[in-house]
Design a binder for this molecule. Sequence first.
Ligand code: FAD
Ligand code: PYC
Length: 417
Amino acid sequence: MEKYSAYSLFKHALGHHENWQRQWRNPEPKKHYDVIIIGGGGHGLATAYYLAKNHGIHNIAVIEKGYLGGGNTGRNTTIVRSNYLWDESAQLYEHALNLWEGLSQDLNYNVMFSQRGVLNLGHTLQDMRDIERRVSANRLNGIDGKVLDVDGVRRIVPILNTSQNARFPVLGASWQPRGGVARHDAVAWGYARGADGLGVDLLQQCAVTGFEISGNQVQGVVTNRYGTIEADRVGCVVAGNSGVLAGYAGFELPIESHPLQALVSEPIKPVLDTVVMSNQVHGYISQSDKGDLVIGAGIDSYTGYGQRGSFTTIEHTLAAIIELFPIFSRVRMNRQWGGIVDTTPDACPIMGASPVENLYLNCGWGTGGFKATPGSGHVFAECLASDDIPQLARPFNLQRFYSGALIDEHGAAGVAH
Ligand code: FAD
Ligand code: PYC
C-alpha cells in the first residue's frame, strides 16, 4: 500500500482546495469583455450589477486581487448618511441614500440597512455654527436634518456624557434620522450575487499588474493569473491602490493612501441604538446587531499601503470614546484592523474619464465611501455604459485639480478626516 506522510496528505488536500477554488470561485475568463472592472469591493461590484441590470451589458468581468469585499468595504464602520455641506456631494450622497432605502428589496438580499439616525456632536460655539450652516444647506437640498441642543441629544442618547464639566462639553448636535448603518459584508455579497446572476464573471485572487494600451487607448488588462484579458472599456475601482494602478497606466493621481483603523468590542447587551460621531474629541461609534461596539479612529497621518495603523491613533480613539461614554470604560475590545483609504486634496471622490481613453476612474472616496456604494455604482455604471458622463458625476472629474473647481468638502462633511 502506498504510504502518505502527513505533509503529502496536507499538500494533497491543499491541492484539492486550490482546484476547488479555481473551478468554483472563478469561472474560466473570456478572452474579451465589453467592460472589465478592476476591484471587487462594494463600488466595483455595484457598478457591475447596475451595468448589467440597468444598461443591458452582461459581458463584464470584475477582477479582484484578493477576495470580494476584503478591502475597505469589509473594514469600515458602515456609517451611512447624506448630510454633506456642498450641493455636489449632498446630491450624490442623497442619491445613494435613496438607493440604500430600497437595496435589500432590489437585491433580494438583506443588507441590514438600519436607519437608526446619525448624530454629529458639537462641542464648541464654532462647531455649533458649522452644524447650523450644514443642516440649513442640507434642508435646502431636501435632505432631512435637525439641529439639537444638549437636551435634545440627551433624549436620544441618555448614556452619553453630557456633563458641562467635561473637557469638551457637548453643546448640541446635527441629527439625520434617515442615516444609519448597514452590514458591510452583506453589501458586497448582495451585489456580487446580483451581478453573478446577471452573467457577470467574478474573478478573485487575480491581480491586475498592467494595462494593454495602444495609441493612448486601453485595450485590456494584464493579470498575474490569466495573462492579458481584452476589454473595450475598463473601470478602475481600487480605492487605496488607485495611485498604483494609475502608475501602471502611465499617469499620476492627486491621491494619498493612508491607513484608517477601526475596532470592535466584545458583544454586549443593546445599549446604543443610534450612531454618534464627534469631530472634536474624534471618535465615532455604533452598536452592531450582534452587540459589538463598532468604533472608528482618526486617519493615520503617514502614507502607506499596510492594512494596519499606529497604536497611538487607536489609543486616542479609545480615550475619546471613554470621554464620551464613561459607561464603556470596562468593555473589552475584540479585534482591531486597518484599511487603506484614498484621500484627495478636497476630500471628494474622482469619477469619470482618465487621461487614457476608455479607462475610467472611480476612486478618492477616502474615509467616507461606504455610504456612497449604491450611488457610486449606479452613477459609474452610467459613465461606463455611454460616452456621456452623468450629471451627478460631472463635478467629480479629474480635471478639477487643474481648473481649480474643487468641491472642498474637507472637514465640512460632518467627519473630521
Ligand atoms: P474597496 O472595498 O477597498 O475595494 C477595492 C478593491 O480593489 C479591494 O478589494 C482590493 O483588493 C482591489 N484591488 C486593489 N488593487 C487591485 C489590483 N491591482 N487588481 C485587482 N484588484 C485590486 N465610509 C463610510 O461611508 N462610512 C464609514 O463609517 C466608513 N468607515 C471607515 C472605516 C475604516 C476603518 C475604513 C478603512 C474606511 C471607512 N470608510 C467609511 C470608507 C469606505 O470603507 C470606503 O470608502 C469604501 O468602502 C470604498 O469602497 P471601494 O469598493 O471603492 O474599495
Ligand atoms: O463618512 O461618516 C463617515 C465616516 C465615518 C467614519 C468614517 N467615515
